[in-house]
Ligand binder design. Sequence first.
Ligand code: PHE
Length: 455
Amino acid sequence: MSTRSTQTSSVRDRTPVREHWASRAGFIAAAIGSAVGLGNIWRFPYEAAGHGGSAFLIVDFIAILLIGLPAMLAEFAIGRRAHRNVIDAFGAGGRMWKLAGVLAAVSAFWVVSYYSVVGGWVIRYLLESPSGAYFSNPAVHFTGAASGMDAVFFTSVFMFITIGIVAFGIERGIELATKLMVPAIVVLMVALAVYAATLSGAGAGYEYFLEPDFGYILLNADTLIPAAVGEVLFTLSLGSGIMITYASYVEKSESLVADGLAVVIVNTLVGYLAGLIVFPLLFAQGVKPGEAGAGAIFVSIANAFRTLPAGEVLGVVFYLVVLIAAVSSAISLLEIPTAYFVDNFPIPRPIIAGVIGLGAFLLGVPSALDMATLELFDSVASEVLLPIGIFLVTVFVGWVYGREAMAELGEGLHERLLPRCWLWHVRIVVLVAVGMTLVISIVSFTDINVVQWLS
Ligand code: PHE
């Protein structure tokens, strides 16, 4: 008995105390910071405008509550139960399940490689706004800025900032940064939306964004629903182990349900707010909303700034918001592989974050040199890696780790029925919806990238 206890305590002595959030608000801020990103500011308003306006917002909201929130709670439950990084957390299901964790960590590494390229563009545009450098011809300017050695340089600056925050760790790095960043995003976006409302074309912009088209939804339900589910999973940062890892730093057994609700509500409101900024800005200047995609905020929006009074100031505020949103998502991505090595090897966190960040930067160089490569990286992530990741989470929680996950979700809740209903909901509704999204995504990916390449 005494030998055993000595052994245990010596093991404990050698294992450094695992980091944790200093406060519940810190965990929520970090999760919101991860969820709110380029996806909300550009992709979401366009998806809505192109798919039935305010009618789409209703479908989207239902998808968030029925699929996004339960799936996020699944990641939270796995993470807080394990108090470990994503690879070891999946390891609770056996050796084969560790591979699911490896896939998630690889996905995060993959995404941060090209996310940083876009982050680099944002830094450049922020620096160029005071002089209006991109005003004379936004489309040509963007083509020059997007790919090449300049883009590689700005990618490295963005990655450097990301590594810097992750190196400081959970409490002093990610928590502190996101507690400042998330309120800043909301305040600046409200200010931009108020400004946008004063523009003369604002009404037409709102109409474009919000005009309800229920007919569209009824006629296109078969493609629209999987598209909405896919968008919800992406915008909530699910499928790459982020919410698993972040929840693993939660010490106390408070209600994960309330935390999850806070994250999805703020994330959704930020998307709505983005629509209320982007469309009035474009319509006020008679700029046609261009095609969706990462490049578009650098062309159509930049074009609107060119013609607006004090466009330079607007440019600074707008790109600052985008930069903060992008950094707070990138740190969550870099943290996933970092957490695995911090948990398992006695190497200082700054070195681990630096080496992994450098590796991701090198993987991102081809995307910084060629836009088509960046788009391919994005398709592989959003249509293959992340859908597979979230599908595995759903199977794991639904059919392998169900009891443990249910018990974890019940912590801090006075309600006994809710965790049970949630588990059955994950087992059936979420699993079917996520499975359908996975099949449709992979079919579309193969169609676009493989079939066309072969023919
Ligand atoms: N949720 C982020 C956004 O909306 C994107 C993201 C996806 C970040 C997956 C991390 C992982 O921009």
